[in-house]
Design a protein around this ligand. Structure first.
Ligand code: TYM
Length: 325
C-alpha cells in the first residue's frame, strides 16, 4: 500500500493541519510506503514574497521532521524540486474540463468570482492530482476540506486510464474519524484556516505553552452550564471536545460527561496539548538551527521521489503518444 499527502507552506502548521493530517502521516509511515510533500508550487497561486516563501518552506519542512516524519522511513520532499509535477499537471489539464474545475468549492471561496484571480488558482486541483498520481498512491490522508479535490483526482485518473490505457492507480481519500475539520477557536462555525485566521482563533503547532494556555482559555464556548457534544448546536464546546478527543484517544461524548465545568475542561485540554506539542516545537527548532543539514535532507528526499515520479511521467507521456527522449 502506498500513501501520499501534501501540505502548503503558507503560514505555520496549525492544529487543524496537525490533527487532520500530519499526525496521521507520522503513524502511516510505519505501516505503508509513504511520500509526503511540501507543495510550494501550490503556494504561488496567491502572491508570495520570494524571501518569505524560502523561509516558509524551510520552516514547514522542519516542522514535518519535528512532528516525527522520519526521512529514513518515508520520502519527504519539496514539490518544486521535481519538474515532473508541473509536467504531469499539464498533461492532466488537457484532459480536465473548465466545467469540472469551475465546480471546485475551494476555488469559488478563494477566487470569489474576481477577474484578477490567478489562472493557477483555477488549475490548482489538477496540480494536486498530479502530485498524487505521479506516485501511484493508493491512499491520500487528508482533512475533510480536501475531499472534493480527491474526487476530481479519481475522475481524472479513471478518465486517463479509460482513454489511454491503464496508467494510474485510482486513489482513495483517508479522512480521520476525529478532528477531520478543526474549527477556529474564536469563530467555531468556520474551519481553522491559514487564510482566514483570527489571531486567537488559530493554534500553531509551534506555539509556546503560555500561548496555548491563552488561546484555549479564551476559546469561544457558550453560556450553557454543562458540556455537550453537539457540533451543530454547540460548535464551540464541541470543537474543544473533538480536539481533546484527538489528543487523548477518549470519545468526545464521554469527555463531555466527565466535565461539569468548562474551566477544568479547558485546563486539562491545555495540559494535553502542551504534552503533545511541546516536543514537536523543540525538535522543530533543532532542525531549523542547521539550515545546511535541512537542505541536504530535502535534496535526498527529492532524489528518492524522482525515481517513482520520473517513471510514471514517462509512462503517461508514452500512453498519450509522445516520443520520449
Ligand atoms: P493545506 O496545506 O491547506 O492543508 C494540509 C492538510 O491539513 C488539512 N487541514 C485540516 N484538517 C482538519 N481541520 C482543519 N481546520 C484543517 N485545515 C487543513 C487539510 O485537509 C490537508 O490534509 N490542497 C492541499 C495540499 C495538497 C495535497 C496534495 C494534499 C497539494 N497536493 C496532494 C494531498 C495530496 C492543501 O491546500 O492542504
Amino acid at each position: 500500500m502506498r500513501v501520499l499527502s501534501g501540505i502548503q507552506p503558507t503560514g505555520h502548521v496549525h492544529l487543524g493541519n496537525y490533527l487532520g493530517a500530519v499526525r496521521g502521516w507520522v503513524e502511516d509511515q510505519h505501516h505503508h510506503d509513504s511520500f509526503f510533500t511540501v507543495v510550494d508550487l501550490h503556494a504561488i497561486t496567491i502572491d508570495q514574497n520570494p524571501a518569505e516563501l524560502t523561509k516558509a518552506v524551510l520552516e514547514l519542512y522542519a516542522t514535518l521532521l519535528g512532528s516525527g516524519l522520519d526521512p529514513e522511513v518515508s520520502t519527504i520532499f519539496v514539490q518544486s524540486q521535481l519538474d515532473e509535477h508541473p509536467a504531469l499537471a499539464w498533461l492532466l489539464e488537457c484532459t480536465a474540463t473548465y466545467g469540472e474545475l469551475h465546480r471546485m468549492t475551494q476555488f469559488k471561496d478563494k477566487g470569489k468570482g474576481s477577474e484578477s484571480v490567478r489562472a493557477g488558482l483555477f488549475t490548482y486541483p489538477v496540480l494536486m492530482a498530479a502530485d498524487i498520481l505521479l506516485y501511484q498512491a493508493d491512499r491520500v490522508p487528508v482533512g475533510e476540506d480536501q475531499k472534493q479535490h480527491l474526487e476530481l483526482t479519481r475522475d481524472l485518473a479513471m478518465r486517463f486510464n479509460h482513454r489511454f490505457g491503464r496508467t494510474f492507480v485510482v486513489p482513495e481519500p483517508a479522512i480521520p474519524k476525529v478532528a477531520a475539520r478543526v474549527m477556529d477557536l474564536q469563530a467555531p462555525e468556520r474551519k481553522m484556516s491559514k487564510s482566514q485566521a483570527t489571531p486567537l482563533g488559530i493554534l500553531y503547532v509551534t506555539d509556546k505553552p503560555e500561548e496555548i494556555k491563552k488561546k484555549i482559555s479564551r476559546a469561544v464556548t457558550d453560556t450553557e452550564a454543562r458540556a455537550v457534544y453537539d457540533p451543530e448546536k454547540r460548535p464551540g464546546i464541541s470543537n474543544l471536545l473533538e480536539i481533546f478527543s484527538a489528543v487523548s484517544g477518549a470519545d468526545p461524548a464521554e469527555l463531555a460527561e466527565r466535565y461539569n465545568s468548562y474551566g477544568t475542561l479547558k485546563s486539562d485540554l491545555t495540559a494535553a496539548l502542551v504534552a503533545e506539542l511541546e516536543p514537536v516545537r523543540l525538535r522543530t527548532e533543532e532542525y531549523l538551527a542547521d539550515r545546511g543539514e535541512l537542505v541536504r535532507i530535502m535534496r535526498k528526499g527529492a532524489e528518492k521521489a524522482r525515481i517513482v515520479a520520473g517513471e510514471t511521467l514517462t509512462k503517461a507521456k508514452e500512453a498519450m503518444g509522445f516520443i520520449v527522449a
